[in-house]
Each structure stands twice: as structure tokens, then as C-alpha cells.
Design a binder for this molecule. Structure first.
Ligand code: BES
Ligand code: MN
Ligand code: ZN
Length: 479
């Protein structure tokens, strides 16, 4: 999808569908107002009526709700609604007349994002033999308006395309999107940008490096080999180096502490954090943001087998801390622990990790907010603002010594899961904090927001949650 700004007037737009917003209590201006059918249009948020003024051929009048309540998030939703109208007429080219409310740049970017994200479809495994026409693809979005929104539109395009690439990775089944596949994707990103380099460790490299957590989780899978993927982006000379860590469990069976079979297939999405980090790095490199990144993806399956990690096994993580693995289904924290230490040792000044880490966060926050856990108020504040701006919102949960006590072992430094199921999301965060090597760190638990949120521009299935948040964060930190 390509997006670009234009200063063409409404009558000159030749997209398959031109979308025009209408606020509550207002009426469409001329010449639209006198077009047949325009009276049916309303400002009710998310409503849509298509009319045919001639020039342009087709206009969807989209309700934007109250003028005062119009935000980029509402624009994202309106963008998704407009894509529905475009799809209904099998169009490929969309144009939006920029609504005259709110901050023009963020609104323009959000319209692009909403429409492009709503167009995501995963049809790689459809054979097309059912005689149905292939669905039209969204090819272009023009944003028409007097305001100078070129930069915002360029960012919206990069963010939406990266989000959709992450969603594609999330959708791929575990027999395709293996750790080696993710490593190949990292290699592609490095090959496409001079500012990006990649380093891959295989099983032997992981063992030799002392990453006992990743080694242990990967022991169950003998066919599918693990990878430790490190991407570096150099865009900021001697500015801050931000560390990014993404949980990349390409399939989580639970291991010997095996999960129930109902719904287990969805655990192909347990690499959503890694997918978001990968494609955010690609978007940040594409935009040339002035920041340095070290992105780390610990990638493995979590499988039961004769060689698998067993409940009660003791492992040693990369920083020397020992862990009794009381539950092999709490595997994410074991691989993230090594990845966080590695990221810090490689030179990250501050670290943000994204992980589909706990079922508890789905209970606590549903699909609306991801959980944020941090040892640093300024970083937590930056992440929260990036979340608000991107629509990928986070809600901070506390750290406290009493939670920390729950993670203490009787024969080891730490246990990876407690029998009392207290504060599952915070427990995991408290565990991870042991591996931040004194760096300011923010952990984002996306188990509830990575899949099936039902939000208008994401629908069911993958969301790419985190891509936009990380790009927004990188933009903030590079200013
Ligand atoms: N990958 C899961 C968490 C998850 C749950 C992701 C639902 C997406 C949707 C994680 O590895 C896991 O199994 N966590 C356990 C931890 C428990 C054993 C301490 C959980 O939350 O049940
Ligand atoms: Mn698990
Ligand atoms: Zn998992």
C-alpha cells in the first residue's frame, strides 16, 4: 500500500472511492449536500452512506461523531470504516478528504493506518480453486487537504505496512514460521537497509554463550532448531541505544506441563512480540529515525519430548542466576531472561520487551490495554505516551518486594512459577526484572492484545500490536 498527500480538490479526486467525514449535528457541505442520497448521511460515529455526485464518481460520507471528541484513534476507526465501503465496491484506490478537526498530521496518519490495517487479509493458504474472485487489494490512499501532512502520511504508510507484515508473521503456522524462518526475515531486513546488521546464533551458539534458559526451552524440539537473533540499527551516531526484546516462541505446547488441546493451535502466535519487534525495526530503518537499536529475539518452540525440560529441573541463566523450573509452560520468562541480559551486555542503555507472556493479563485487562511493568518512571511514562499516540495502549502494573518474594526459590535463586496463582502478570514481570542488569526497562505483556481484539481496524486474528507503539517510542526518543 502506498499513501500520499495531495492538494487536489474534491471534484478532482479520481480514486475508486472518496471518503468524506461528517461530524454530529453538521451537514455535508456543497456540492455533496445536494447530491441524491446525501440526506441519509449522518454524523453518527462509524455510520456510512455512499453517494454518486459525478465528480468524483463515488463518495462515502462517514460519520465521525462529535467534533470535539475527534481523535487520531477515532480517525483510525473511520479509516477502517472507509475501507469497508471501498471493499463493497471492489475498489483498490481510496482517497480521504482530510477532516478539518484535530491536529492534521496525526489525523492524516491515522486515516492511512486505519484503512490499511483493515485491508489485511491472510490468504496465502487459500488455493483459489473455489471459483471465487480474489478480493481486491488496497493499493493506494490519498489524503487530500490544505495542511502539510506529507511527513505524517509517510509515517502512517510505513507503520501500517509494518503492522501488516507483523500480522502476516503472526498468522503463519508453526510449521512455516520456525525460528529459522524468523532469522531469515531478520536477514532480509538487514539486507534491505544499510543501517541494519544481523547476527544469528544456532543451538550450539546458544549453548556456548551460556543462555541456559533458551537452551532449556529448546531442548524439547529436536527437529526445529532454535535461534537467537540480534538485529542492530544504527541511525543515531552517538545518541541513545534502545534495546528491544521480543518473545519468539514459534509454538507453545506448554512442554511437559502441557496445555489443554482446546485452543492450543492459537499458540502459533506466541512469537507475536518478536514479530512486532522485527517489523518495528524495519519501519524505523525505513523512516531513518535518529536512534540506535539492539533488537533481540529468542526464538524456539516449546515442545514435550524425551529430551524436553522437566518440571523441577534447575537451569542457569546467562547472568548466572539459577532457576528451578516448576512449570515448563512458563517458558517465556526463561528465554526472555537470557535475551534481556544479552541485550544489556550488547550495549542497550534502556530496554523494552514485548511478550505474549501470561494468560493472567487477558483476565485482568482484556484486549484493550497491554500490561506495562517497569523499574523506571521516565521510561514507563514514555511508553505510556507512545501507547496513547498509537492506539496500542498500556496500563502500568506495580512492582513490589512482596511480589518479588513469590519468585524466590528454596533450592535456587528463583522459581519460574508458583503454585499459588497470585498476580500472574506481575510475577512474570518481577522475574524478568532480575535480568535487566540495572538498566531502565519496560516490559509489555501483549498476551491479550496480540490476537482477536475485535477492534475495527484489526478485527479477529493478528493485530501486530507493538509495531506502532515502538515506532512512536523511537520517534519520541529521537527528538
Ligand atoms: N504463551 C503463554 C501465555 C499466553 C496465554 C499467550 C494466552 C497468549 C494467550 C505463556 O507461555 C504461558 O503459558 N503462561 C502461563 C504461565 C503459568 C504457567 C505460570 C500462563 O499464563 O498460564
Ligand atoms: Mn507457556
Ligand atoms: Zn508462551
Amino acid at each position: 500500500m502506498k499513501a500520499y498527500p495531495t492538494d487536489a480538490a474534491l471534484s478532482e479526486l479520481d480514486a475508486d472511492l472518496v471518503a468524506v467525514g461528517l461530524f454530529e449535528g453538521e451537514s455535508p457541505g456543497e456540492p455533496l449536500g445536494s447530491t441524491a442520497g446525501a440526506d441519509d448521511a449522518s454524523g453518527e460515529f462509524k455510520s456510512t452512506v455512499t453517494v454518486y455526485p459525478g465528480k468524483p464518481e463515488r463518495v462515502a460520507i462517514i460519520g465521525l461523531g462529535e467534533r470535539e471528541q475527534f481523535t487520531p484513534e477515532r480517525a483510525r476507526v473511520a479509516g477502517a470504516v472507509s475501507h469497508g465501503a471501498l471493499r463493497a465496491v471492489k475498489g483498490e484506490a481510496l482517497a480521504w478528504l482530510l477532516p478539518g478537526a484535530g491536529d492534521p498530521g496525526p489525523i492524516a496518519g491515522a486515516l492511512v493506518e486505519g484503512a490499511a490495517l483493515a485491508s489485511f487479509e491472510f490468504d496465502r493458504f487459500k488455493t483459489g480453486s473455489d471459483g471465487k474472485e480474489a478480493p481486491p487489494e488496497l493499493k493506494s490512499i490519498e489524503i487530500a487537504g490544505p495542511a502539510d501532512v506529507g511527513e505524517a502520511v509517510r509515517i502512517g504508510e510505513a507503520v501500517a505496512n509494518a503492522g501488516n507484515r507483523a500480522r502476516y508473521l503472526q498468522s503463519l503456522p508453526a510449521n512455516v514460521a520456525t525460528p529459522a524462518y524468523l532469522a531469515d526475515r531478520a536477514g532480509e531486513i538487514a539486507a534491505a537497509h544499510e543501517t541494519v546488521s544481523v547476527e544469528i546464533l544456532d543451538r550450539n551458539g546458544i549453548i556456548a554463550a551460556g543462555m541456559g534458559g533458551l537452551e532449556a526451552v529448546a531442548k524439547g524440539g529436536s527437529e526445529i532448531e532454535p535461534r537467537l537473533i540480534t538485529l542492530r540499527y544504527n541511525g543515531g551516531n552517538d545518541g541513545e541505544t534502545l534495546g528491544l526484546v521480543g518473545k519468539s516462541v514459534t509454538f507453545d505446547t506448554g512442554g511437559i506441563s502441557i496445555k489443554p488441546s482446546a485452543g492450543m493451535h492459537e499458540m502459533k502466535m506466541d512469537m507475536s512480540g518478536g514479530a512486532a519487534v522485527l517489523e518495528a525495526v524495519a519501519a524505523i530503518a525505513e523512516l531513518g529515525l535518529e536512534i540506535n537499536l539492539i533488537a533481540v529475539l529468542p526464538a524456539t518452540e516449546n515442545m514435550p519430548s524425551g529430551t524436553a525440560l522437566k518440571p523441577g529441573d534447575v537451569i542457569t541463566q546467562l547472568n548466572g542466576k539459577t532457576v528451578e523450573v516448576t512449570n515448563t509452560d512458563a517458558e517465556g520468562r526463561l528465554i526472555l531472561a537470557d535475551a534481556l541480559v544479552h541485550c544489556a551486555h550488547e550495549g542497550a542503555d534502556r530496554i523494552v520487551d514485548l511478550a505474549t507472556l501470561t494468560g493472567a493479563v487477558v483476565i485482568g485487562l482484556g484486549s484493550t490495554y497491554a500490561a506495562l511493568i517497569s523499574n523506571d518512571d521516565p521510561l514507563a511514562e514514555e511508553v505510556t505516551i507512545a501507547g496513547e499516540q498509537s492506539g496500542e495502549m498500556v496500563w502500568r502494573l506495580p512492582l513490589h518486594d512482596e511480589y518479588k518474594q513469590l519468585t524466590r526459590g528454596s533450592i535456587t535463586d528463583l522459581v519460574n512459577a508458583s503454585a499459588e496463582r497470585k498476580a500472574g502478570t506481575i510475577y512474570a514481570g518481577s522475574f524478568l526484572e532480575e535480568f535487566t542488569e540495572g538498566r531502565p526497562w519496560a516490559h509489555i505483556d501483549i498476551a491479550g492484545t496480540a490476537w482477536d481484539t475485535g477492534r475495527e481496524y484489526w478485527g479477529k486474528g493478528p493485530t501486530g500490536f507493538g509495531v506502532h507503539l515502538l515506532v512512536a517510542l523511537a520517534r519520541q526518543l529521537s527528538q
